[in-house]
Design a protein around this ligand. Sequence first.
Ligand SMILES: [Zn+2]
Length: 662
Amino acid sequence: MTQTVDTLFINAHVLTMDEKLTQYFPGAVAVKGDSIAAVGAEADIKKEYSAKETIDCGGKVLMPGLVNAHTHVPMTLLRGLADDLRLDVWLMGYMMPVEREYVSPEFVRLGTLLACAEQIRSGVTTFNDMYYFEQDVARATADAGLRAVCGQTVMKFPAPDAAAYEDSFAMAREFIKTWKDHALIVPAVAPHAPYTTTPEILRETAMLAKEFDVPLHIHLSETALEVENVRNEQNMPVVPYVKKQGLFEAKVIAAHCVHVDIGEIRTLKNHGAGVSHNPSSNLKLASGFAPIQKMLEVGLNVGIGTDGPASNNDLDMFEEVRLASFVAKTVSNDPTVVPAQTALTMATRLGAQALHLGHITGSLEAGKRADLILVDVSPIHNSPRFHRDPNNAYAQIVYAAKSTDVSDVMVNGQWLMRERRLLTLKEEELLEQAQDVARKIDAFLIEREQSVLSKLIALGGSREEESFEVQTKVKITEPDRVVQALKRPEIEITAFKHYRQFDNYFSFEDSAQGYLRFREDDLTDEKGETVSVRSRLTLVGQKRESQLEHDVLLSRSRFLAPALHTLRFYREYFTPKTEVAIEKDRLRWHIRYKDTEFFVNLDQVLKPDLGTFLEIKSRTWSRKDAENKARLTNELMELLGVADHEILLHDYVEVIRKEQMR
Ligand SMILES: [Zn+2]
């Protein structure tokens, strides 16, 4: 008497990817409902089971579907938008500004459906996502029929789906409540990364994940810069820092872990954290090489992920598996490291374990869900075949097979692709809609890239502000006389500061854009030691508004903001035509003269060596006020004994540029 199942796969080369890496050839798999009823040699399974539908696999490889352990699926819609940039410029300069503008529930749904189509075609049956509007990612994924861990992003910056951290946190809670216990979707919370969150966010998201017993998905130790910053600010590496915030109270899935030491690897292992290794993303962004060999030796669950399609730029797990093996070999200078069977285990069973889904999927074993794929290993690029060593079968899949060799995909007992035909998605419609979105984003970026000001504003966290500056500048030879003159009773000194100032002026092809000044002010004490450092960004209008009484200048500054990024970041983001660097020692007095505030700067320009300048400055918002201030500036020049000096009508930057041109 045989048992009846729904589907019987026969005449297959079955790679179970179980603990013992059992293979059956010819093998068979029996599927009943959403689960695998039995796996074994074809003769044995046939004796025990009869089915409503029997599939003759024709010698194809039947194996568990691949697990994409880290991605951001809606970013299919941003694929190829900005490439060959450093991570910060790519993320803060392009991805986040475009996301703030375009990401909506509809965007996320379309992007997810596209990603599902691509992943089904390449044999992925489970993925681990992190994005905004994650409930829409979850809904689209469930509609497509794939299995996923969906992590709602939480961070300290305003996000496309939340104005503040509190909103995204509330959203994550609601999302988890709604989707808990779904057959395909595991809801999760995703504090984006240590550098985009706060200790409080890390603590609270860990408690939320613990409360509902769902995973917590985070980017950890992706770049050397991130590790360096955490070390500088927290005095410890990244893993101990997040541990201190109680992160490992939750079931953690850590993406990247490129720059972790052996102690950190052990901490991850001891707390049952899973890791996603993302070789394409790490290679493309030159983030470094994750020590996966060490992680595997320690027994860590290391899966493989594609990362988002905007930084890869595809969701092809066959490519990732191959790279995971190749990179590990090259980095360790040892070709025996991460052999094919290990790489494929990472992309299946270990990946599922890393996502805390090892009990459900990742291998073909009775009782697990029927998440499986058929791979045609007969194409020209994969012929002929050898059977002497059981590992030949893995080598064939990892080193020679292509994602397009996947012919059939089943998830949770449901067919998603039969003979390369998608059953749950309409590809042509999706492609058309995606091109529409791309056209809009293209137009937005083309417009933005035309203006330095709009590029600045796109970075966020800053404001546009227009003000005028009344200014005069003279070259002097006896600074001490000015210092003495400042003690005159007509002048009230309200503050005095000493700075070392480093200015970098960017200028652009179109001189009407003005120039952008990155200024670092190092405030120094009496001993000449640096007390504090602050950086500011100012977009200075090129056009002089006018010259007021006696050559006092009125100029316009269009934008002023604290510089949140490094000089290198702005250089790569704005790609200026020329750059001028100036270093000076500045003595600055805040004074009041006739009820009006002025700054008096005594600047010794050190690099290049230009000598000493006296500058009298005042800010104003009205033209009438400017004329009054110009008159007072002239009076001050008399008082300071420099009225007869030649007035410098240019900024240093122009002087230096003229020098350079000679
Ligand atoms: Zn990522």
